[in-house]
Design a protein around this ligand. Structure first.
Ligand code: AKB
Length: 319
């Protein structure tokens, strides 16, 4: 059975199976490739389709089906999903990049999300949309931030995420759409490059610490934000709108911990006003007690485990 008429699929014919079929849109962002790997282990290689509007690196083609899909194109999206029972949607743009291009952010995170909601409802698919600490704003309680509280973010990123959360919940109540959403903290991953987020410093510092020993941080040293290692993030995906968290630290605390392993590390602080204003409006401590008690969410990576894993990975890549 062919999923789409895309050229990259011509040699692939999919066997019928009881496994759900998953489409990961915006799949070349921070979560997509890792998520595809995990879901393919569970559902089989050809039941998980990665899609994006960019050309991936060779290993992505090798690891399973990849197709071009522009989800602003409603007909194209319908064509792709008619053979899938589950739609997983994953938006690729991050906070700082979105503030720099509001109309692109609106297209990707709002218009495209409407397409995804309509297609999912029309075809009876199950829909997961990831949200973030960015869905909160300066009027939200920051320490801790519970699941339900005033949100009112001041970034287009946050506004579009609150819009997605509310639209998903509305479609669930109105049309019975099986919609789920988790709000993630800053995600730290070793094998994908930072992509324009406010929490990206906590990834870049490992690369620079290992490569040159010098790092310039674009947030103030005392900026506390909730964080999570990618493996915990991917593990939790199977579970409607919950906060989830793992650890929290400031740039200064992260710097001190890394220096215990790399004593020569030098960090300079050159605050970027856009990122700093965003970070100052986000939760400092994310209350995920409902996720922990309702469905047993538990993280595996605290700060020491994160540092060890990141240094092992970045070190083995650079040395
Ligand atoms: C960003 O910094 O934009 C993201 C996020 C926390 O949503 N990593």
């Amino acid at each position: 059975r062919q999923v789409a008429s895309d050229a990259s699929f011509h040699s692939v014919s999919f066997s019928e199976s009881d496994h759900p079929r998953v489409l990961i849109t915006g799949g070349l962002g921070q979560l997509g490739v890792g998520l595809a790997k995990l879901l393919r282990k569970q559902f089989g290689k050809y039941n998980v389709i990665l899609s994006d509007i960019r050309k991936p690196r060779a290993h992505v083609y090798q690891s399973g089906p990849f197709i071009f899909s522009d989800i602003l194109d409603y007909k194209n999206l319908c064509e792709i999903v008619v053979n899938n029972r589950i739609l997983f949607s994953n938006f690729a743009l991050l906070s700082a990049v979105e503030e720099a291009n509001v109309s692109l952010a609106r297209d990707v995170n709002i218009t495209e999300m409407h397409n995804v909601l309509d297609v999912a409802t029309e075809h009876g698919l199950r829909l997961f949309i990831p949200s973030t600490i960015g869905a909160f704003g300066p009027m939200s309680p920051r320490n801790p931030t519970p699941d339900l509280c005033i949100q009112r973010p001041r970034t287009i990123y946050g506004v579009s995420k609150v819009h997605a959360e509310l639209m998903g919940e509305y479609y669930h109540h109105r049309y019975g759409l099986d919609f789920r959403c988790l709000r993630y903290p800053g995600i730290i991953s070793a094998d994908s490059q930072p992509g324009g987020g406010t929490t990206d410093y906590a990834v870049q510092i490992f690369h620079d610490a290992v490569k040159t020993g010098n790092f310039v941080c674009n947030l103030r040293p005392d900026t506390r934000l909730p964080m999570m290692f990618i493996d915990d993030c991917l593990r939790v995906l199977s579970m409607r709108t919950y906060n989830i968290s793992a650890m929290g630290f400031t740039p200064e605390e992260l710097e001190q911990e890394i220096r215990r392993h790399l004593p020569d590390l030098q960090v300079a602080y050159e605050t970027d006003p856009v990122r700093q204003a965003i970070a100052d409006s986000w939760p400092m401590v994310f209350d995920d007690s409902n996720a922990r008690s309702d469905w047993g969410w538990k993280h595996n990576y605290g700060l020491p485990e994160l540092i060890q894993t990141m240094l092992n990975f970045t070190g083995s890549n650079f040395r």
